[in-house]
Design a protein around this ligand. Structure first.
Ligand code: FES
Ligand SMILES: [Fe+2]
Length: 417
């Protein structure tokens, strides 16, 4: 349970708020490179700031304020040039550092006036990793943008999925350190959604939590599972400060503002041995709907859709003054404590947890991986016989609504068609 003041402190994302300042020390995935190749200008709202992400004609990315500093027009209707983005109102143009590089009429009327040099637009750095575009909104110099090891895996079909979720990001991230919900929300509820009353999944007997450099891990023992299972010896990763890593996919809970977040999923499926070498030129990205337009109810058929029902069900901002934490929630208390320590560290002018400052140390950063099965060395027939892989061959299990063209590309990659 938290006091109202502590709950507010944890969940506010704006510039100048304690947690908003912590969040601004990290890189956040805000879009896919694939989206910008299709449409080079995109409005983005991040931690309450309205911005415009673009890819200029030379291939450079920029992230700038939504409003043009001339007369405040909306730059998400601007167009890209060889260098930067141009406002569609009077043609002022800005590069990725925020410098004004062209003012068409001013340049003619007063060529020597240097008016341009006095104009800047707020601009933030953008980097590409794993087909995702990452933004950093904090003080410079920025820490290194992590290139997590799975981003460099080969012979896999990768895809990126986005959903806008109408709730605060903290309650979603608390779900990343919650082993027991898996048994109920995913296993047993799915059984009931299937119209069956059982059998229920093996029950949790023991959970544990550990800290490591880039986050926390949760570990579980369920009925019938030995202590040598990687789910106990390795665990799953609550990636700091707003990610989740499960071996075959990542999830990030990116704050749009205090009451909305962008759920970002990066998923990897090894292709069967007979399809290797496999090279995927473009990582496709798509948006998953979360509400059933017909009934107005949340979609419950897929794993992360189920999680989303828990997150939004807690309210736009979960009221932590009314909760009752038990033994299953020890991990939640640990990460809250860490967030509050991070708030204090940032106030003292220090770095919060898990930043990488050393140049080069961000390359192929390894993470604990509890699903180290012989993936990547299996034939399609073997995959079809594997209880987990056979499901993911039939459907994208994490999110509802995979577009047919992504399904087709997946089937081709796997040798299913
Ligand atoms: S408002 Fe953007 S150029 Fe005038
Ligand atoms: Fe879940």
């Amino acid at each position: 349970m938290l006091s109202e003041a502590r709950n507010e402190m944890l969940t506010q994302t704006g510039r100048g708020t304690p947690m908003g300042e912590v969040l601004r020390r990290y890189w956040h995935p805000i879009a896919a490179a694939d989206q910008l190749s299709r449409d080079p200008v995109r409005p983005v709202r991040l931690m309450g700031e309205d911005l415009v992400l673009y890819k200029d004609l030379s291939g450079k990315y920029g992230l700038v304020d939504k409003h043009c500093p001339h007369r405040r027009a909306d730059l998400s209707y601007g167009f890209v040039e060889e260098c930067g983005i141009r406002c569609n109102y009077h043609g002022w143009q800005f590069d990725e550092t925020g410098a004004c590089v062209s003012q068409p009429y001013e340049d003619v009327a007063n060529p020597g006036a240097k008016f341009k040099e006095k104009i800047r637009i707020t601009a933030y750095p953008v980097e590409e990793r794993g087909g995702l575009l990452w933004a950093y909104l904090g003080p410079l110099p920025a820490p290194q943008c992590p290139d997590w090891e799975p981003f460099g895996w080969t012979n896999g079909f990768r895809q990126i999925v986005f959903s806008e979720v109408p709730c605060n990001w903290v309650q979603a991230q608390e779900n990343s350190i919650d082993p027991v919900h898996f048994e109920w929300m995913h296993a047993n509820w799915s059984t009931r959604l299937d119209g069956k009353t059982g059998p229920y999944a093996p029950t949790h007997l023991k959970v544990d939590f550990d800290e490591f450099e880039f986050g926390y891990v949760y570990k579980r023992i369920t009925e019938g599972q030995g202590e040598n299972s990687p789910l106990w010896t390795v665990g799953r990763v609550c990636l700091w400060p707003n990610g989740f890593y499960l071996g075959d996919h990542f999830e990030w809970r990116v704050p749009i503002d205090d009451h909305n977040m962008l759920s970002v999923v990066w998923a990897f499926n090894h292709v069967p041995v007979e399809r290797q070498p496999f090279v995927q030129d473009v990582i496709p990205s798509w948006e998953s709907p979360i509400k059933d337009a017909r009934t107005g109810r949340w979609i419950s058929s897929h794993i992360i859709n189920q999680d989303i029902i828990a997150w939004v069900g807690q309210g736009a901002v979960a009221d932590r003054t009314q909760e009752h934490l038990g033994a299953s929630d020890r991990g939640i208390s640990m990460i809250r404590k860490q967030w509050f320590e991070d708030i204090e560290a940032v106030k003292r002018g220090e770095d919060p947890k898990g930043l990488i400052r050393e140049e080069g140390r961000n390359a192929r950063v390894p993470l604990p991986n509890a699903s180290q099965r012989p993936y990547g060395r299996m034939s399609l027939d073997e995959m079809k016989r594997d209880p987990i892989l056979s499901k993911s061959l039939k459907d994208f299990v994490f999110h509802y609504g995979q577009p047919p063209e992504v399904r087709r590309a997946f089937e081709e990659a796997m040798g299913l068609r």
